[in-house]
Design a binder for this molecule. Structure first.
Ligand code: ADP
Ligand code: MG
Length: 695
């Protein structure tokens, strides 16, 4: 209880490690404060005249929190975060030092960053990369065991301004989307009170296992997932873990991460046991997308760090254990308009509903038209193991609307108008009100990759270990592109014909794109067939998805919205393909190593012991030990299979990923069977049953 430090309540320490608007007020002059808080609120350019004063204030605050260093914190294309620390010290020439932090150092950094993937964007002769301060995401303090570091969120670009990271295109896509939202607001006569922005709440799934077991599993340590392992007899069949009472050791970890994240101003709020044993979830309250992405990156980092303190390891891989559910991230997406309202929330009057229906149809069109892009945005070696295996949506991108909303949509499609389901009269978009939609429809679908859940869309195919930026860049860009066309059309129609024009636009969209709507069970084989009939893409693997997005349509959307240039787009495709191949290659190599040096020797030892036993026992009994001989035969056959499969896997050339996956499967099968035969004490790896049930 002492940890509660005099029973501090959450507001006492919430955000204490953040140079927030509230905090900076105490450190800045009125003028500098006004300038910076305006930039934070509207995302506009900061007056460079105040940079020096802001840097000084940040330093003073950070030093008071124990900081000795600062770093530009950025998100390179590796998918993680990066930091390089510099101290504040400046020798004073008399054998002492002072602490300095200049405006220039705040605004721009030049990390020696030539080793980050750039996908051909930076030939070595111009290998410089620059980090630039993102004032819209507040600076924060990271504590180490002996000190602290001031972290400044930054974007990362090359010499010519080409985006080398995930934040730059995210910010660009947010800007493109908010521009189109503001345009639509103007068309609809909605008064602007504030800048519009995309919102995001990212639910995070993860596994916890005991640290001791983790270090005994070289596959987990090196690849984040188990490359071998026999399914335990009991895992998630009884659904007795989901929402179950949380064990003490786990809740201690959860309490710790919540407190750490609250100090960092990350509004985490929900925690519970997930479906698989050893699996859990954490969810925040939604925020401005840029902040939410940064907070999720921090969350993943804090989770891993705090777990170690509790003798645990937090696994963020999408599929750490074969045969039990993998982990994802639910990307809850919406838009707050210039009126300060959620534009995906069905309203209580006709005008709010007009706005809502346009947004809804824009998303429907965007998801259908850019399905390949959404699929590619969540593609990774890890996530491929999860998608479509009865625990996560298939690789087919479709939308779930729910019965009532679907009914309304169908009516609009038929007549350009929607009938109020309750009153039975005719309802005209922009003139009448919609029937009240229940926020939580009872038939809430859990199998859809892109579900409307009351006042937001939930993209459920994101992988647990991925940065949320990719998915949001894709959604923002797709929706902004579609809205841009809608706005063109509505502007052309003019104020007088607005209602008619809206109805026509919506009707056209639904006629053409309703094929992407599916309200049934996405996990069934029937849906896969049906989707094929509808012509929806089913891109099962990362390479297929990465190939499918190299189209002029997608390239143009990125360019038109100012999110990625052709070169930037190509660089990403190249990097992600290479990353995929690299992961498969080292997983394959490690499997061969583990099979040859750990697992096959254990099986051979056992076979040897069995042979010896048979000899001895038969010598005494003077009868054939038939069953034991059968057992020996099985062990020997499987071992022979494993040796041959390891040899075959080793021979698959790098880059032949389909063959590699098949050969990995072929090696895993006999080895996992051997795990069920060899005495547990002789098997060199902790079992799934041991790892998945924390005590
Ligand atoms: P569920 O319907 O999945 O139980 P919740 O209402 O608890 O959902 O929300 C799940 C996540 O969606 C939370 O992180 C929540 O903050 C987020 N969310 C809610 N409203 C929005 C919104 N307008 N924009 C983005 N995310 C939102
Ligand atoms: Mg959810």
């Amino acid at each position: 209880m002492a940890e509660f430090s005099g029973f501090q309540t959450i507001p006492d320490y919430y955000g204490e490690k953040v140079f927030s608007v509230k905090t900076m007020k105490n450190y800045l002059s009125d003028k500098a404060f006004k300038s910076l808080s305006a930039t934070i609120k509207s995302g506009g350019k900061l007056d460079p005249n105040y940079a020096g004063e802001i840097a000084e204030a940040m330093k003073t605050w950070a030093v008071s929190k124990g900081a000795t260093h600062y770093t530009h914190w950025f998100q390179p294309l590796t998918g993680g975060t990066a930091e390089k620390h510099d101290s504040f010290i400046e020798p004073d020439g008399e054998g002492g030092c002072i602490l300095e932090f200049s405006g220039d150092e705040l605004i721009q950094g030049e990390p020696d960053a030539s080793s980050f993937p750039s996908g051909g964007l930076r030939p070595t002769f111009e290998a410089r990369g620059y980090t630039g301060w993102d004032p819209t995401s507040p600076a924060f303090i990271k504590e180490g065991p002996q000190g602290a570091t001031l972290c400044i969120p930054t974007y990362f670009v090359g010499w010519h301004g080409e985006a080398l990271d995930k934040k730059t295109p995210l910010l660009r896509s947010m800007k493109a989307l908010s521009k189109e939202i503001d345009r639509l607001a103007k068309i609809l006569g909605i008064k602007a009170k504030q800048p519009s922005y995309a919102t995001l709440g990212g639910e995070q799934e993860y596994f916890l296992i005991d640290r001791e077991f983790y270090y005994q599993r070289i596959d987990l340590v090196q690849t984040g997932r188990t490359l071998f392992g026999k399914e335990p007899a009991k895992h998630q069949q009884m659904a007795d873990h989901y929402f179950g009472a949380i064990k003490d050791r786990v809740i201690a970890f959860m309490e710790d991460i919540d407190r750490e994240l609250w100090k960092l101003g990350a509004p985490v709020t929900t925690r519970h046991n997930e479906v698989a044993p050893g699996q859990y979830e954490l969810a925040p309250i939604f925020e401005n997308q840029n902040l939410a992405v940064d907070h999720n990156m921090l969350t993943m980092e804090v989770m891993q760090k705090v777990a170690l303190k509790h003798g645990l390891v937090c696994l963020l891989h999408e599929k750490p254990f074969l045969g039990v559910n993998g982990s994802g991230k639910h990307n809850n997406w919406s838009v707050t308009g210039p009126d300060g309202k959620n534009w995906l929330s069905p309203g209580s009057n006709p005008h709010e509903n007009e706005r809502f229906l346009i947004m809804l149809c824009a998303v429907i069109k965007a998801v259908d038209e850019y399905a390949e892009l959404l699929r590619a945005a969540i593609a990774s070696a890890g996530n491929d193991h999860r998608l479509g295996s009865h625990e996560a949506p298939p690789a087919i991108i479709s939308i779930y609307l729910g019965e009532q909303l679907n009914d309304i949509i169908e009516q609009i499609e038929k007549s350009g108008k929607a009938k109020a389901t309750k009153e039975g009269g005719t309802l005209e978009v922009g003139v009448d009100s919609l029937p009240t939609l229940p926020r939580h429809a009872s038939d809430r679908n859990r199998t859809s990759p892109f579900a409307f859940t009351g006042a937001k869309f939930e993209f459920r195919a994101v992988g647990s270990g991925q940065s949320l930026s990719g998915a949001n860049i894709a959604i923002n860009t797709a929706v902004a592109t579609v809205l841009s066309d809608i706005n063109d059309e509505l502007e052309k129609a003019g104020k007088k014909n607005l209602n008619k024009a809206v109805q026509k636009v919506l009707q056209d969209i639904l006629k053409k794109h309703k094929k992407v709507i599916f309200n049934g069970d996405n996990y069934t084989a029937d849906w896969v067939k049906e989707a094929k009939k509808r012509g929806l893409p089913n891109l099962k693997t990362t390479p297929e998805a990465l190939k499918a997005i190299r189209t002029p349509k997608i390239e143009k959307a990125f360019e038109k919205m100012g999110v990625l240039t052709k070169k930037e787009f190509e660089s990403r495709n190249e990097i992600y393909q290479e990353t995929y191949e690299t992961i498969l290659k080292y997983e394959a190599d490690l499997m061969v190593d583990m099979a040859r040096t750990l697992l096959i020797p254990a099986a051979l030892d056992y076979a040897d012991g069995l042979a010896e036993t048979i000899k001895n026992v038969e010598g005494i009994n003077k009868t054939k030990s038939t069953a034991t001989r059968d057992l020996l035969k099985r062990v020997t056959t499987l071992t022979e299979d494993a040796i041959a499969a390891a040899d075959a896997l080793e021979k698959v050339p790098a880059g032949a990923t389909v063959k590699q996956l098949a050969a990995m499967k072929a090696l895993r099968a006999p080895v996992d069977q051997l795990e069920g035969l060899v005495p547990a004490e002789n098997w060199p790896l902790p079992s799934y049953a041991e790892m998945l049930f924390i005590s």
